[in-house]
Design a protein around this ligand. Structure first.
Ligand code: CS2
Ligand code: MG
Length: 412
C-alpha cells in the first residue's frame, strides 16, 4: 500500500471545496477534505507545493507516523492552513485503510457506540413569523434539535440569516452559499451589541412559548461579545434551557470563559476556529466548556480530533462537531464515523448541502428522523465524481465582516 498518486481537486458546485485524493499502487483511493472557507487556495498551495511531494512513495498504512511527520517536520506549528492540509492527508489515509480492511471507518475506530447521531440544523428569520416558519420546516425535515438565529431590530444583517435569494432558492432549509458570498470583496455587515442583548432573550421566550419546553435549542453568538456581555447573555437565557450557547466570546482568549462560567449555567460550546488539542488545554482542564466544536477538517483529521475528544471526555465534555456547508461531504462523513465510535458524542451539526454538491460527492451517509448514520460502505463512504467536479471551477468567495455604527471593525 504505497501512495503513488496525490491530487488536489478544487470544485465549486454550490460553494468552493478542496479535496485531496490519494491513490495507492494497489489501486485503492482515499479522500480528505481540506476546505478552509474564504482561504481555500492557501491550503491548495500548501498541499500541492509542500505536502504532495512528501507523500509519494510513503506507506499508506502508517497514519500516525505520517501525521507526526507532516506536523513536526514543518517546524512551524498549528494554524488553520497547516492543520487543514494535515487533516486531508489523515482522512484520506483512514479512508484507504478502512477500504483495505473492507470495513466502514467507524469499525476501525472501535465500532458503533450508538445507533445514530442526533443532529441539529439552522433555523433563521428576520422576524418571529419567518423564524417560526423556518423552525417548522426543520421539524418537517425530521430535525430534533434546532439552532435559532434571528434578525435584530435596527440591524440590516445578522449572522446566520440566509439571504433572501438563498432562502427562497433553498425552500428555507438548504444553505448552498451561506454565509460565504462569491465576489472580489467581503460583504460588510453591521452590528450593535446592546440591541442584540436586549432582543435575543425575547426571541427565545417566544420560541419556547410556541414550540414548548422539550425541543433542544442552540444559539451561536459568533465571537461577538466581551466576557461580561457573554455572562449576561448566558444568564438571561437560562429560563429557556438552551442545549448550548456557542462562541460567546472570541475564541483566542480562553480565559474569558472563566468569567462567563462564574455567572451562568447555560452550557457553552466553543472551538470551530480551533485547530489543535493545545487550543483546548486550559478550557478543558478548567472545565470552562461543555462541547468541543472543532471539525475533522480543521483540526488535523480523525487522528487529532479523536485525541481532543478523548482528552475532553475525562472532564465530561462532549462532541459538537462543526458541520456547516463549508465542511464538504468528505469532512462530514469523517465526522460521522468518529461520532458514531466515540463514547462522549454530544450532537452533530448538519446543514444539508445543495444538489450540485451531492452530485459531485456521492455519499453513503443517511439521514433519518433527525439522526445521521455514516453507512456501511467500506472506507468513509464518499466517492468524488471528477467529471462533475470539473464542471465547477473555483470562484472567489469571502465570508462577510462587521462594522459598528461608528465604522469600527468588529468580530464577525
Ligand atoms: C458557523 C459556521 O456552523 C456554525 O456554527 O459558525 O457556519 C461558520 O460561520 C462558517 O463555518 C465559517 O466558515
Ligand atoms: Mg458557529
Amino acid at each position: 500500500m504505497i501512495i503513488d498518486r496525490a491530487e488536489v481537486i478544487v470544485t465549486s458546485p454550490d460553494r468552493n471545496f478542496v479535496t485531496l485524493k490519494l491513490t495507492t499502487d494497489d489501486g485503492l483511493t482515499g479522500l480528505g477534505d481540506a476546505t478552509l472557507n474564504g482561504r481555500e487556495l492557501a491550503v491548495v498551495a500548501y498541499l500541492r507545493d509542500h505536502v504532495v511531494p512528501l507523500l509519494l512513495g510513503r506507506d499508506a498504512g502508517r497514519i500516525e507516523d505520517t501525521w507526526q511527520f507532516l506536523y513536526r517536520s514543518a517546524y512551524w506549528r498549528r494554524g488553520p492552513v497547516t492543520m487543514a492540509a494535515v487533516a486531508a492527508v489523515d482522512v484520506a489515509l483512514w479512508d484507504i485503510k478502512a477500504k483495505a480492511a473492507g470495513m466502514p471507518l467507524y469499525q476501525l475506530l472501535g465500532g458503533a457506540s450508538r445507533t445514530g447521531l442526533l443532529a441539529y440544523g439552522h433555523a433563521s428569520g428576520q422576524d418571529l413569523p419567518e423564524l417560526f416558519d423556518s423552525v417548522r420546516k426543520h421539524q418537517e425535515l425530521g430535525y430534533k434539535a434546532i439552532r435559532i438565529q434571528t434578525g435584530v431590530p435596527g440591524l440590516k444583517s445578522i449572522y446566520g440569516i440566509a439571504s433572501n435569494a438563498t432562502f427562497e432558492a433553498n425552500a428555507g432549509v438548504r444553505y448552498d452559499h451561506e454565509p460565504a458570498q462569491r465576489g472580489p470583496q467581503p460583504a460588510e455587515e453591521d452590528w450593535d451589541t446592546r440591541s442584540y442583548l436586549r432582543h435575543v432573550p425575547t426571541v427565545f421566550e417566544a420560541v419556547r412559548n410556541e414550540f414548548g419546553p422539550a425541543l433542544p435549542l442552540l444559539h451561536d453568538v459568533h465571537h461577538r461579545l466581551s466576557p461580561i456581555q457573554a455572562a449576561r447573555l448566558g444568564k438571561s437565557l437560562e429560563p429557556y434551557d438552551l442545549f448550548w450557547l456557542e462562541d460567546c466570546t472570541p475564541a483566542e482568549n480562553q480565559e474569558a470563559l472563566r468569567l462567563v462560567r462564574q455567572h451562568t449555567t447555560t452550557p457553552l460550546a466553543i472551538g470551530e476556529v480551533f485547530n489543535t488539542v493545545w487550543d483546548y488545554q486550559q478550557i478543558v482542564r478548567e472545565q470552562l466548556i461543555d462541547y468541543v466544536r472543532s471539525s475533522v477538517t480543521h483540526a488535523g483529521g480523525v487522528t487529532h480530533l479523536k485525541k481532543i475528544l478523548d482528552y475532553a471526555s475525562q472532564y465530561q465534555i462532549k462532541s459538537g462537531i462543526h458541520g456547516p456547508t463549508d465542511i464538504s461531504p468528505v469532512g462530514m462523513a469523517a465526522a460521522l464515523h468518529l461520532g458514531l465510535a466515540i463514547h462522549n458524542f454530544g450532537i452533530q451539526e448538519y446543514m444539508m448541502h445543495g444538489e450540485r454538491t451531492d452530485q459531485v460527492f456521492r455519499q453513503s451517509f443517511t439521514w433519518s428522523d433527525g439522526f445521521l448514520h455514516p453507512g456501511e460502505r467500506p472506507g468513509i463512504g464518499v466517492e468524488l465524481d471528477t467529471d462533475e467536479a470539473g464542471k465547477y471551477p473555483y470562484l472567489q468567495a469571502y465570508l462577510p465582516y462587521n462594522r459598528l455604527a461608528d465604522g469600527t471593525v468588529h468580530d464577525w
